[in-house]
Design a protein around this ligand. Structure first.
Ligand SMILES: *Cc1c(COP(=O)(O)O)cnc(C)c1O
Length: 458
């Protein structure tokens, strides 16, 4: 008999999950004004709201916490993180920050000025936020294939070089301070970028003397997809692939809450000493002195250890196979999901799931609420609610895709939990014809309304 796949870890500590009934959940979600951000975590059975900061640290990471050096300046924990960043990414300079958006804030304070243009592949929302906050513009140069949820393409996160070149040639080059490549591309569904594409983007950028930074939250998952899908990389280790990937960048911003498997933390990596020095000024102002920048010594230790673990093939195989396991179960039952399955999450196409609803019904929000009521599974809406209103007309912006994202925390749930999630969704799918009304918004904030909006049933 061929031996089956099994997880590359065993469990040393457990956390109790609370079960609840559908009737209780009906009541709780009503009291929460049909917003899943208002639900207490204990009212959730399986929490797939995000994979950010929700991972389980290893025994070695927990041990590293005890070895943390909390000195204000020159802590050994800083040097541990420095040496991990050097060995994994080959960057000589780095600044710790409290999370990914803080890294963006510090870096962009140096690089981005009013009126600038920042091309990239579907910038993440905090990245875009920090660009637009500086009255600059993020230009999306992702390949067109990324926007068709049913089309199979191995690297849907790729940058369209034609689109990028057009941005570079049709604007004064001094207005383009940086190109940002997000790996994997979160906004297009955790889709990877190929090595060839990273190399071609860098070559083009060098021709125009524009620096390239990687928004690297899920860099290790990206490397796994390169190993599996790109010719010439099948026999390379993940660490070798990561080294090559980052040789095509001038620097990186990192949300360590993802592929460094810690609950809080981030950093900026640099090739260039001058840029590092310029950014240090803002790091000291916004985050803290350059040898801790918003992080405790113990957390820097755990982060350094996490970077080493997340760039091991066995860890990544277990991680991504679990996401695929859930996705394949849903595909088996004809649930419309974005394909190919990405690295960290499953995206349900809510318009195809609930065909009886109109766009004014907040289709994906309605589906996320139904999934919660059915099984106590919490996902998140990525649709009209998250898209906010047009700042000028104050009309709702209706994006092409109405998605419910189910993000899988790292090393937290078992495949039995995935079976439970799949059954929950299949049950909602089987009663989809009876879901004929959606939600109204009764209260909302002017921006980022999805966190606090209140709804009622129509
Ligand atoms: C999460 C994330 C960020 C922001 O990081 P935080 O740690 O949440 O501040 C930036 N870019 C990408 C691609 C992310 O996934």
């Amino acid at each position: 008999m061929e031996l089956p796949f099994a997880e590359s870890f065993k469990i040393k500590m457990v956390e109790k999950l609370k079960r609840s009934t559908q009737r209780e959940r009906e009541e709780w979600i009503k009291n929460a004004k049909y917003n899943l951000f208002n639900i207490k975590s204990e009212q959730v059975f399986i929490d797939l709201l995000t994979d950010s900061g929700t991972g389980a640290m290893s025994d070695k990471q927990w041990s590293e916490l005890m070895l943390g050096d909390e000195s204000y300046a020159g802590a050994s924990s800083y040097y541990k993180m420095k040496s991990a960043i050097k060995s994994i990414f080959n960057f000589n300079y780095f600044l710790p920050t409290h999370q990914g958006r803080a890294a963006e804030n510090v870096l962009f304070s140096v690089l981005i000025k009013e009126g600038n243009i920042v091309p990239g592949n579907s910038h993440f929302d905090t990245t875009k936020g920090h660009i637009e906050f500086r009255k600059a513009t993020a230009v999306d140069c992702t390949i067109d294939e990324a926007f068709n949820t049913t089309l199979i393409h191995p690297f849907k996160g790729n940058v369209d070089l034609g689109k990028l070149e057009k941005v570079l040639t049709s604007n004064p080059i001094e207005k383009i301070p940086v190109i940002i490549v997000t790996i994997t591309c979160n906004s297009s569904g955790g889709q990877p970028v190929s090595m060839q594409n990273l190399k071609e983007v860098y070559t083009l950028a060098q021709k125009f003397k524009v620096p390239v930074f990687f928004d690297s939250a899920r860099f290790a998952e990206n490397a796994y997809f390169i190993k599996l899908r790109e010719k010439g990389y099948e026999n390379k280790s993940i660490k070798e692939i990561v080294r090559e990937m980052f040789s095509y960048a001038d620097g990186m911003t990192m949300s360590s809450k993802k592929d460094a498997i810690v609950n809080m933390g981030g950093f900026i990596g640099f090739k260039n000493e001058q840029l590092f020095k310029d950014a240090s000024v803002f790091n000291i102002m916004f985050e803290g002195f350059i040898t801790y920048g918003g992080m405790s010594g113990r957390d820097m230790n755990a982060l350094a250890q996490g970077l080493d673990e997340s760039t091991e093939f066995d860890y990544l195989e277990t991680r991504i196979k679990q996401v695929e396991y859930l996705g394949n179960k849903l595909i088996e039952y004809n649930i419309p999901i974005q394909q190919p399955i990405g690295g960290h999450a499953i995206f349900i196409d809510a318009k195809r799931f609930l065909p009886n609803l109109k766009k004014e019904d907040y289709i994906a929000q309605t589906l996320a609420v139904e999934i919660y009521i059915e099984g106590g599974v919490r996902g998140v809406e990525i649709g009209t609610v998250m898209a906010d209103r047009d700042p000028v007309t104050h009309e709702n912006r209706y994006p092409d895709l109405e998605l419910v994202r189910l993000a899988i925390p790292r090393r937290v749930y078992t495949n039995n939990h995935m079976n439970y999630v799949a059954a929950t969704i299949i049950n909602v799918f089987n009663r989809r014809e009876s879901i004929t009304t959606g939600l109204n918004i009764t209260k909302e904030a002017p921006i980022l309304r999805h966190f606090t909006a209140e709804f009622e049933r129509k």
